[in-house]
Design a protein around this ligand. Structure first.
Ligand code: HAM
Length: 426
């Protein structure tokens, strides 16, 4: 076969390997324990969904739907999209499985990969991972506070540094519509000061003007009306209660009336955890209430509240304890490495020992790289093997790597002897 040119992973994607695998395993175990302890159950939805789900769910005026989706047409002519986020899919599953008939609130969590065609940089990828939690069927502000505290606890347990929590309320969709009109008037009146990008989006998505770093826009936004000042009485009370509950839980936060999120489905509470240790992409996780989304996706009127946090950003700003490598109980080496082209009798015997050791519950590995005897012992030492068996045709040398002791045994008794040695150790 002739050699080919090297193929690399697509831009903005990455392989997960080495240390990263164990940090992610720790993160997943902590998330599972914290969330399942609070009544959340795991859900995994398909990677591909109908494009319509995101157009309707996330909002056709958002950056995500306008320019970041990976959309394809399948062989049957259907438009499908690689999920850019998890809330709309979980709402779809809630409706599709009739979960409104279960005892409410229904609490679901996920840890999955998502896809957005964004400018790739540190902490911003085109395939990235999120841990997320969504709860349905309760308007209680205690659910908002609980949900926020759960993410705060997760970030703390994973050692995420310099965390800040920003909190606001977007009110109901009616009060937001009224506010949108007022904000559009303010933007049009001050159009000259705005960046071209913000100016173009006055009609489509005026709230995103708060996210702009453009100097003129920032100045215009300083005097802009604030949605938080215009909430109706019920929404204002809901927000005040969420704040009071967070105080009770000892969770520090800043009320930030300029907080807008990049997705259209939010109502009432919105929040974002940032880490100053992250630089430009400082958002670690965020979420809020989406009381109209389930109905918008064809389900019964059902309130919802949740969040998602980026795994890569948590790992960049945090220091989760990594689990050590699995201990190796027995390394099965070969006394005779000369290879006649076919499997030697020594290798057959060694493979039998390997199988027997695993059946007995040992963590065992076998030499498969043709190393010299010295090379095998060096390798066994590097991987931290407790026992090494150097298998011969009839006899086997069993070496205790901890105390250096060794004995020659009948090949059939190797596993039994290693087991006894390990039990003495325990
Ligand atoms: P989001 O703010 O778009 O919200 O994403 C949540 C988190 O995912 C971000 O804070 C960030 O850590 C991470 N993230 C987003 N995009 C990227 C990227 N391109 N590369 C790396 N990390 C990224 C949502 O997705 C909502 N579904 C959250 C939610 C759940 N709201 C209610 N329930």
């Amino acid at each position: 076969m002739s050699g080919g040119e090297q193929i690399k992973a697509p831009r903005g994607t990455f392989d997960v390997l080495g240390e990263q695998v164990s940090s992610r395993a720790t993160l997943e175990a902590r998330a599972k324990s914290i969330l399942e302890g609070a009544g959340y159950r795991r859900i995994e939805t398909p990677t591909l969904e109908a494009t319509e789900l995101f157009a309707r769910g996330v909002g056709s005026s958002t950056d995500i739907v306008q320019k970041e989706m990976y959309t394809l047409t399948d062989g049957g002519g259907r438009s499908l999209t690689l999920r850019p986020e998890g809330t709309a899919p979980v709402c779809r599953a809630y409706v599709e499985h009739g979960m409104h008939k279960l005892a409410q609130p229904v609490k679901l969590w996920y840890l999955s990969s998502f896809f957005r065609y964004e400018r790739a940089q540190k902490g911003r990828h085109r395939q990235f991972w999120q841990v997320g939690a969504e709860a349905f069927g309760s308007e209680d502000p205690a659910l908002d506070a609980e949900s926020i505290v759960l993410l705060g606890t997760l970030l703390e347990e994973l050692g995420v540094r310099e965390v800040r929590l920003r909190l606001s309320s977007l009110g109901s969709s009616e009060s937001r519509q009224r506010y949108r009109d007022r904000l559009q008037k303010h933007l049009r009146a001050n159009e000259g000061g705005l960046s071209a990008e913000v100016r173009e989006r006055i009609e489509l998505n005026p709230l995103r003007a708060f996210d702009s770093a453009h100097e003129g826009t920032v100045a215009v936004m300083r005097d802009a009306p604030r949605l938080l000042d215009e909430l109706d009485a019920q929404d204002a009370e809901h927000f005040a209660t969420v704040c009071e509950l967070l105080d009770r839980a000892g969770m520090a936060y800043e009320v930030d009336a300029t907080l807008v999120r990049g997705l259209d489905y939010y109502t009432r509470t919105v929040f974002e955890f940032t880490s100053d240790a992250l630089g430009a992409q400082s958002g670690v996780g965020g979420g809020g209430r989406y009381d109209g989304l389930v109905q918008q996706l064809g389900g019964p009127p059902t309130p919802g509240m949740g969040w998602a946090a980026g795994i890569e950003r948590i790992l960049l700003a945090g220091s989760p304890p990594t689990a050590g490598a699995q201990a190796v109980d027995l390394y099965v080496g070969l006394s005779d490495v000369e290879d006649e082209g076919s499997f030697s009798r020594v290798k057959l015997a060694a493979f039998e020992i390997l199988s027997e050791a695993r059946s007995a519950g040992l963590c065992a590995q076998m030499e498969m790289a043709g190393r010299s005897l010295k090379g095998q012992l060096g390798h066994a030492n590097r991987i931290g093997a407790r026992f090494v068996a150097i298998v011969g045709e009839r006899e086997t040398l069993l070496k205790d790597m901890q105390d250096g002791g060794q004995e020659t045994l009948d090949t059939t008794t190797v596993v039994h002897t290693a087991l006894r040695g390990l039990r003495e150790l325990a």
